[in-house]
Design a protein around this ligand. Structure first.
Ligand code: NAD
Length: 367
């Protein structure tokens, strides 16, 4: 028996989580997975209830669980509170407390949604790339950091970008091994593109040297290329299909993964996984809490439902149930069902649905 802790969070979190839980329960039954679900508090709702965006109880239960499924956190209600108590702090804390150092985001284009992207269909047709982002180091966590007052009275903000060899090696290992797995599944050669700014930042010079050494020693079957972060931003728009696995640090990964997300048309379609060294993970949609549409049954639940598929694949190693969910999502898109964010009003035969109806349609395909 394995336990999954669900943390719905704020804004559209509860709506999308309800649909994802129904899908998870359906595959749990269908494939006799023996998964037990629990729920807990995180984000603004947790702050309201306990004064903390990540209550100790949630953290303990997350540590004890085999996987965590998260909705989203944050919203204008909590924007003005003290920084350390903001919902987003709860998210950063759970990631670092659980040692979730590897963030995986797949940018895969469902052919049915080729027109939802702002990029020409021929550039993105067949797109399926994976961004592996280091999540618990780099400039988001480096010390010293702060805002100080200089002798002349002027204020100065500062942060520190640091990576040690072992941190680079453990994220590199994830990227190289996933490239091998993906190559096996697709029949294409295994390739990794490491993104850095080795021309100006010493920290990423070490990053690049470490990746080269790893490839030479342990992953000679994977072809390794390097790209500066600014060029990678351009290349993702110009010719995204040149990439298979991209690996990069926390800051560049934050930017590149959102850019890759938009290649596929809607952030409402994109799942993510954050893994620790044992493969335990937290799974969540790439989007935020969308306060502008919260409570209106307008949210797209597919990113969260697809996060469940990632959980089954990466933590529970159950490829069949993961693929069943992905196929069910593809089937409802084939049927023309669209939430507002992926609705192309110029395309004939599409049916606009809300969050609930979309979730129920996926469920029906699974049963
Ligand atoms: P957002 O992703 O919440 O929303 C951006 C836009 O995308 C909005 O127009 C929203 O309506 C739309 N959108 C997002 N998810 C959608 C979905 N599933 N279906 C349909 N449309 C969707 O980003 P934001 O507006 O910058 O941030 C809102 C709040 O979310 C902030 O408080 C922010 O800090 C927080 N946030 C949380 C996370 C997280 O929990 N992982 C990530 C990003 C932002």
């Amino acid at each position: 028996m394995a336990t999954i802790l669900t943390l719905a969070g704020d804004g559209i979190g509860p709506e999308i989580m309800t649909q994802a839980i129904d899908v998870l329960q359906a595959v749990n039954k269908k494939f006799a997975l023996d998964l037990t679900l629990e729920s807990g508090l995180i984000g603004g709702v947790a702050f309201d209830a306990t004064g903390e965006p990540l209550p100790e109880e949630t953290l303990q239960r997350a540590r004890a669980a085999d996987a965590v499924l998260l909705g989203a956190v944050g919203g204008p209600k909590w924007d003005a509170i003290e920084r350390s108590k903001r919902p987003e702090r709860g998210l950063l804390k759970i990631r670092s407390e659980l040692g979730l150092f590897a963030n995986l985001r797949v940018a895969k284009l469902y052919p049915q949604l080729a027109n939802a992207s702002s990029i020409k269909p021929e550039i993105i047709k067949g797109l399926d790339l994976l961004i592996v982002r280091e999540l618990t180091g780099g400039i988001y966590f480096g010390e010293p950091r702060g805002i100080r007052t200089l002798e002349n009275g002027e204020q100065q903000g500062y942060n520190t970008m640091v990576y040690s060899t072992s941190e680079i090696q453990r994220i590199g290992k994830v990227a190289f091994e996933l490239a091998q797995t993906r190559a096996k599944a697709s029949g294409n050669p295994a390739k990794v593109c490491s993104v850095d700014k080795a021309n100006v930042l010493e920290v990423t010079e070490l990053w690049k040297q470490t990746m080269i050494a790893m490839q030479e020693q342990d992953y000679s079957d994977v072809s390794l290329s390097h790209m500066y972060a600014d060029n990678a931003c351009m290349q993702l728009i110009r010719d995204p299909k040149q990439f298979d696995v991209m690996v990069t640090g926390n800051l560049f990964g934050d930017i590149l993964s959102d850019e890759a997300a938009m290649l596929t048309g809607s952030i409402g379609m994109l799942p993510s996984a954050s893994l620790d060294e044992q493969g335990k993970g937290m799974y969540e949609p790439c989007h935020g809490s969308a306060p502008d549409i919260a409570g209106q049954d307008k949210a797209n639940p597919l990113a969260t439902i697809l996060s469940v598929a990632m959980m089954l694949r990466y933590t529970f190693k159950h490829e069949e149930s993961a693929q069943a969910i992905e196929q069910a999502v593809s089937d409802v898109l084939d049927d023309g069902l669209r939430t507002l964010d992926i609705l192309d009003k110029s395309e004939a035969g599409l049916i606009q649905v809300g969050c609930k109806q979309m979730g129920e349609a996926v469920l029906a395909k699974l049963q």
